[in-house]
Design a protein around this ligand. Structure first.
Ligand SMILES: *Cc1c(COP(=O)(O)O)cnc(C)c1O
Length: 420
């Protein structure tokens, strides 16, 4: 098949042969996006889970403007700057107690790559031959080769499978089957070579918005601790209030050995990520021997403008931004509740500010035919929703109004009427 389209841009997760007309957005404000033809779209998925306080939040925009005039890039080896120092210091006061060092990078995937390298570097430098990573079924940790290796295998990465490294996988703790997950983790941790367990706390995002309770997270952490297996929390999606607390690990009173934050770190304004770790991991790399340093960097590590945006985001959290994130769950619950009695849907669920439900369809899964039809239906209603196959989820910016949410849920009900 040959393309005759005008644009030469190749878009992410897009089958251009089926969907070639991109919606052209010219402006964003709060929970809304405005198109070139002046339509107003409600951003019900926070532009791929990144925008927390709303598009173009004035406090963050001003911080970006000011920093851009001052210092907009500096090599981060051998150099530092106030925005990075202040973000790191603030993060350590907000993150679970026990995390002591902050490594900057520029995307969620990179923050996970860094976490995996920190874990392997730790064992290597203390002279213990542990190299195997334990993962959870249905997980998603990014699209780079390392993060695909620790994520679910499937249609997304079939072509690249020869590049991926082997991992140990434990089942997702579906309701009623939690013990099987814990037993599998215990067995995997007993393997002599087990280095680290990586997990998305409380919600597996791209895997289908699969939710499990804090008690299971807590127990998984206990098992890892008991066997000296490093516990890596990938909070790239769950961080910044999404689960109802600033970080999901708080709800299980868990301090991971390594934590990854990105998406909402700059309020969703600029790319930035951090990997936080305990002192033991940093200390294992601290030496007069240069071969033991942490061998990782990217050109834009801790970019000052992105750090200034993150600093502004942290200021918003200190000044009450969290209140919106704590009132949104109740609004979401109220609107999702009626769907629990609706026979056209199943697995109606919510964790914190995120809701999800599965439309009963003859074909399920990420490539379910219903997915693109749903997306097109919502687009006609001026709603940005992007179902994962037959799983519809709502993850709005915290400034969304109750009226916006009502519009979103009405459309979900109508979609079931019209498309099934
Ligand atoms: C989105 C996501 C990533 C990858 O982040 P990018 O910034 O897209 O590279 C990693 N882990 C989780 C849990 C995510 O949701």
């Amino acid at each position: 098949m040959t393309s005759t389209r005008k644009s030469s841009i190749w878009h992410p997760f897009t089958q251009h042969a089926l969907h070639d007309r991109m919606t052209r957005i010219v402006r964003g404000e709060g929970a809304y996006l405005y198109t070139a033809d002046d339509r107003r779209i409600i951003d019900a998925i926070s532009s791929w889970w990144v925008v927390t306080h709303g598009h173009c939040h004035p406090h963050i925009v001003r911080a970006i403007q000011n920093q851009a005039e001052q210092l907009n890039q500096i090599i981060f080896a051998g150099h530092t700057h106030d925005p990075a120092e202040e973000v790191a210091a603030q993060l350590l006061t907000l993150a679970p107690r026990g995390l002591e060092y902050v490594f900057f990078s520029d995307s969620g995937s990179t923050s996970v790559e860094v976490a995996l390298k920190m874990a392997l570097g730790y064992w290597h430098n203390i002279g213990v031959p542990r190299t195997r990573i334990i993962v959870m079924q249905h997980s998603y940790h990014g699209d780079t080769v390392g993060t695909m290796s620790v994520g679910a295998r499937g249609v997304f990465n079939k072509a690249y499978e020869p590049l991926l490294f082997d991992v140990e996988s434990i089942p997702f703790p579906a309701a009623g089957c939690e013990q099987a997950t814990l037993d599998a983790l215990e067995t995997a941790c007993k393997t002599e070579t087990a280095a680290a367990f990586i997990v998305e706390p409380l919600i597996l995002g791209a895997g289908g918005m699969l939710m499990y309770p804090p008690s299971v997270l807590k127990e998984m952490n206990r098992i890892c601790e008991a066997h000296d297996v490093l516990f890596i929390a990938d909070e790239v999606m769950t961080g910044w209030g999404r689960t109802g607390t600033l970080f999901a690990c708080e709800q299980a009173e868990v301090t991971p050995d390594i934590a990854c934050y990105s998406k909402g770190l700059t309020g969703g304004s600029l790319p930035l990520a951090v990997t936080l770790c305990r002192a033991e991991i940093y200390d294992a790399h601290y030496s007069s021997d240069r071969s033991r340093m942490f061998f990782h960097s990217s050109s834009y590590t801790a970019n000052p403008v992105a750090c200034a945006a993150a600093r502004a985001n942290l200021e918003l959290w200190q000044h009450g931004a969290g209140e919106r994130a704590t009132s949104l769950p109740a609004m979401q619950e109220c609107l999702i509740a009626p769907f629990r009695a609706d026979a056209r849907f199943e697995n109606v669920r919510r964790t914190g500010t995120i809701t999800a439900l599965d439309l009963k369809a003859s074909d399920a899964g990420y490539l379910a035919g219903i997915g693109p039809r749903l997306q097109a239906f919502f687009a006609r209603r001026n709603l940005l929703l992007r179902p994962l196959g037959n799983t519809i989820y709502v993850m709005p910016p915290y400034c969304v109004t109750e009226a916006d949410l009502k519009e979103i849920y009405a459309a979900i009900g109508d979609a079931a009427d019209e498309l099934v």
